[in-house]
Design a protein around this ligand. Structure first.
Ligand SMILES: O=C(O)[C@H](O)[C@@H](O)[C@H](O)[C@H](O)COP(=O)(O)O
Length: 258
């Protein structure tokens, strides 16, 4: 079912961000060298934004990456008005996107809540699904591009993108993007790629740093928990699934008892 799962542990969150930025710049530059273009799917959250900030300073990115030939997508978005400071798009702009010469036509933002979808998360999700399908090419059975790298932050409950444990969005097998209602992490209304869309990526990279992630990482890396219990364990790429951790997140559940 899945490409090999690899785990890489860095000393701390800054080193994780720096090394992952170098790795990502190299991977995307290789794709551009081979195909002319590259694609990356961004994640929200502190680790995702830390990675983007590190990418802005990355010598590897400066030396090798052609920003104008990079397609940028999002794995999830907080369904809030355009420019809201909590939107993943706003935070990504601040961390990186406004500082590099991207082609605006290649930056595929998930619709904000004050767009023409007027607060209708399902309609916004459908619009993004249509944009993905258009980018995937002429074959109507292929509805998501084969992203080079899809990034996912891992939540302390093992959520990835806006797919939370036990949430009905995890059961989606048809749609590639859904509106997520009643999310336990604010804001409650979100847009998210579904598991089938995530699994269309060539490589899925999961990021976690800090002791508060140790239980989640241990659970997701343990033998096959179901997706409903541990969404992170159900997120994998076609050719590779890479877990990028710092030592605290990799330390496993804290010892209990005497
Ligand atoms: O929009 C979001 O909130 C996310 O995309 C979410 O899935 C995030 O990546 C994780 O909660 C990890 O976030 P941290 O890196 O901040 O722990």
């Amino acid at each position: 079912m899945t490409g090999a799962r690899e785990v890489v542990v860095h000393t701390g969150k800054d080193e994780l961000a720096r090394s992952t930025a170098a790795r990502l710049a190299g991977r995307l530059a290789d794709a551009q060298a081979a195909r002319g273009t590259a694609s990356v799917v961004l994640t929200g959250g502190r680790n995702g934004n830390g990675l983007l900030a590190a990418l802005a300073d990355s010598p590897e990115a400066r030396a090798r990456l052609d920003w104008s030939r990079l397609d940028v997508w999002w794995g999830d978005e907080r369904f809030l008005p355009e420019g809201h400071p909590d939107r993943n798009h706003t935070q990504a702009r601040e961390a990186l996107l406004d500082a590099v010469p991207l082609d605006p036509a290649r930056v595929h933002v998930m619709p904000p809540s004050d767009s023409r979808y007027a607060g209708d998360a399902e309609a916004a999700a459908e619009a993004y699904a249509t944009e993905l399908a258009a980018a995937a090419g002429a074959d109507p059975t292929v509805r998501v591009p084969a992203f080079d790298v899809l990034l996912l932050g891992v939540g302390p409950d093992t959520h990835v993108a806006s797919l939370f444990p036990e949430h009905p969005a995890l059961r989606e097998t048809e749609r590639t993007v859904v509106g997520v209602h009643g999310a336990p992490k604010p804001p409650p209304t979100r847009l998210s790629l579904t598991l089938p869309a995530i699994r269309a990526a060539e490589e899925v990279w999961l990021l976690a740093a800090g002791a508060d992630k140790a239980d989640a990482v241990a659970l997701a890396l343990a033998a096959d928990p179901g997706p409903l219990q541990a969404p992170a364990a159900a997120a994998y790429g076609r050719s590779r699934t890479l877990w990028l951790l710092d030592q605290a997140a990799a330390a496993g559940p804290p010892a209990t008892g005497a």
